[in-house]
Design a protein around this ligand. Structure first.
Ligand SMILES: C[S@@+](CC[C@H](N)C(=O)[O-])C[C@H]1O[C@@H](n2cnc3c(N)ncnc32)[C@H](O)[C@@H]1O
Length: 338
């Protein structure tokens, strides 16, 4: 099956996905029934690909976790870097997993795909019989297809349901969260995760729209936000940007997930193993910086985070806010380490 014609065949509830290169026991199942979903349009430009592989010091025989598999770009780079390296790829998004499965099929049993949230890293590896690993990378946030597909509800530029979940098979949608929260809770989400100063006014306007039966699509949500802020763009940024980001982070518990991932790293890495995390906003980067500052546990690879090269920033605007932090788990059996 060529990538261009590849189809994710989804039949009945709990059926296993038919993926080339994956023919063993079901690792994950599909609970949402869809007729047929094309995967050939899954396009995401990998950020800081080479830098991540270098940080992980990928070697033959090593086992690496890509905790945010997405389109499989980092995983592919790791597998290409050493002929007998293995990758455990994790994603909470079934479409991403399926797309990455197709892209990585040529590596056969060097790849294991797991449908889970990386906050469950330790138990997910245990459940799959994976012992200590040599490196874990995570490229945080959402993929381009998640942002671009209207039906994911993450973009205020496209009309779609107010969903925003990365894992569309589980949990509360953004609309359900908005309905559940009172004005103050919603304002706190918008302020804390969106870093939006006008959070109270915006939250009131969103709740009013909801209570009046006017909140059905992402464009309705944007309208409610703009009603509170006015249409003026500050520094070219749409007035709905911060609120959408805040709601998305809350719906997916993104910072709780990151904290759980950072707490799991010392438990799943072999001594001397490397954790490499790419973050895209200060809320995430602060958590990573803080975790890697524990001197008895980590030897950071660099003092300051690494940014994307000038060339990459020109070619891919998204890479401009990327920060890669990496640290090696100190090997206490080696005298004088670090
Ligand atoms: C920026 S994309 C990764 C792109 C990938 N590195 C590539 O080059 O193709 C981030 C991915 O991480 C996934 N993700 C985000 N948070 C997650 C979490 N807590 N658990 C598992 N996957 C997560 C998203 O579903 C998305 O597919």
């Amino acid at each position: 099956m060529s990538n261009a014609r590849a189809r994710l065949l989804v039949a009945e509830e709990d059926s296993q996905l038919a993926l080339p290169g994956l023919d063993s026991e079901p690792e994950w199942t599909w609970t949402q029934v869809e007729e047929e979903t094309t995967l050939d349009r899954f396009e995401h430009t990998t950020v800081m690909r080479e830098e991540t592989v270098r940080a992980l010091a990928v070697r033959d025989g090593g086992t690496y976790v890509d905790a945010t598999l997405g389109g499989g770009g980092h995983a592919e780079a790791i597998l290409d870097a050493a002929d007998t390296a293995r990758v455990i790829g994790i994603d909470r998004d079934t479409i991403a997993l399926a797309a990455a499965g197709l892209r990585l099929a040529r590596f056969g049993d060097r790849v294991t795909l797991i449908h889970d949230a990386f906050g469950n890293l330790e138990s997910a590896l245990l459940a799959h019989g994976v012992g200590k690993v040599d490196g874990v990378c995570a490229d945080l946030g959402v993929s381009s297809p998640q942002l671009d597909e209207a039906e994911r509800g993450m973009s205020f530029r496209r009309e779609g349901p107010i969903d925003m979940r990365m894992n569309t098979t589980d949990g509360e949608t953004a609309l359900e969260m908005i309905a559940r929260m009172d004005d103050e809770e919603l304002a706190n989400v918008i302020f804390k995760y969106g870093e939006e100063r006008r959070s109270r006014r915006i939250a009131r306007s969103i709740k009013r729209a909801h209570d009046n039966g006017e909140l059905h699509t992402t464009l309705d949500l944007r309208r409610a936000i703009v009603r509170a802020t006015g249409p003026v763009r500050h520094g070219g940024v749409d007035p709905a940007t911060r609120t959408f980001q805040g709601i998305r982070i809350a719906v997916n518990a993104e910072l709780d997930q990151l904290e759980a991932l950072l707490a799991a790293l010392p438990k799943v890495l072999a001594p001397g193993g490397v954790g490499a995390i790419i973050s895209f906003h200060s809320l995430e980067d602060r958590l990573v910086k803080h975790a890697f500052h524990v001197r008895e546990t980590w030897a950071p690879l660099w003092k300051k985070p690494l940014g994307a090269s000038a060339d990459e920033q020109t070619a891919n605007g998204r890479s401009r806010s990327a920060k890669l932090r990496a640290a090696r788990l100190i090997d206490h059996s080696v005298e004088g380490d670090p």
